[in-house]
Write a protein that binds this ligand. Structure first.
Ligand code: MG
Ligand code: MG
Length: 232
């Protein structure tokens, strides 16, 4: 369901669209399914999606500003259905983006893929962290430290935290049946972020672009399964 909503929103992204329109589409779909948006009301967060364009890193508010050619927009979405949460994020180009920004999106998505590939039964939690960081930094990008992935299931945010940096072979062991959200936030410039006066929106300290990709996965007996993919 999370994957379907994100797919629907991705198809709507183009110059002229507002993030409030995307937010309302996501909420409408939740109502239709009798699912509950995971973020709306969470700690007082006011929207169904987190909409974080350009130098916004995560937790941005949807608004009536029109997306413009050359922007990127990170859309983070989760819902709860039948007692269980799903959580996923994509970053989508708006119209034509420059080659550095294209590279940022590709590398951030690949760092998520690397993290997922490192999520193995009997492996260590920090193997995921190290795989994400290594892929992002190989192309000269930096990973955000202040926000991390997380266990997920009957709660949106469960233990353990899943950082996007660190040495491999540390922390708890991964076991079949564990479910977690892996979510690299990768910056073109400095890794630092700050939170705006709204108390939520995180932006890069240097004003350069940031991308965010996330999947909810389950550790299986021989690897992992992505739970927030349409499987195509
Ligand atoms: Mg998320
Ligand atoms: Mg998450």
């Amino acid at each position: 369901m999370v994957a379907e909503v994100l797919q629907m929103l991705r198809e709507r992204v183009r110059p002229g669209v507002t993030t409030l329109e995307l937010d309302q589409l996501a909420e409408k779909q939740c109502v239709k399914w009798k699912a509950r948006p995971a973020f709306k009301g969470y700690g007082g967060f006011p929207f169904t999606i987190c909409a974080s364009p350009n130098d916004r890193v995560v937790h941005g508010f949807a608004n009536q500003d029109r997306l413009q050619d050359g922007d990127i927009i990170s859309i983070d979405f989760g819902l709860i259905f039948d007692g269980f949460y799903g959580d996923s994020a994509i970053t989508v180009p708006v119209g034509q983006i420059d080659s550095k920004t294209e590279q940022l999106l590709r590398v951030t998505k690949e760092s998520l893929d690397c993290g997922i590939a490192a999520a193995l039964p009997d492996g260590h939690l920090s193997d995921i962290s190290n795989a994400v960081q290594t892929r992002a930094e190989r192309d000269g990008f930096s990973v955000v430290r202040e926000f991390v992935g997380h266990g997920i299931g009957r709660q949106l945010h469960e233990d353990p935290q899943v950082p996007n940096y660190g040495l491999p072979g540390r922390g708890s062991r991964l076991k079949e049946g564990m479910t977690m959200a892996i979510e690299p936030m990768v910056n073109v410039g400095l890794p630092g972020v700050k939170v705006l006066e709204d108390g939520w929106t995180a932006v890069t300290v240097d004003g350069q672009f940031s991308a965010h990709f996330e999947h909810t996965i389950a550790i299986t007996d021989n690897g992992s399964e992505i739970l927030t993919s349409l499987g195509n």
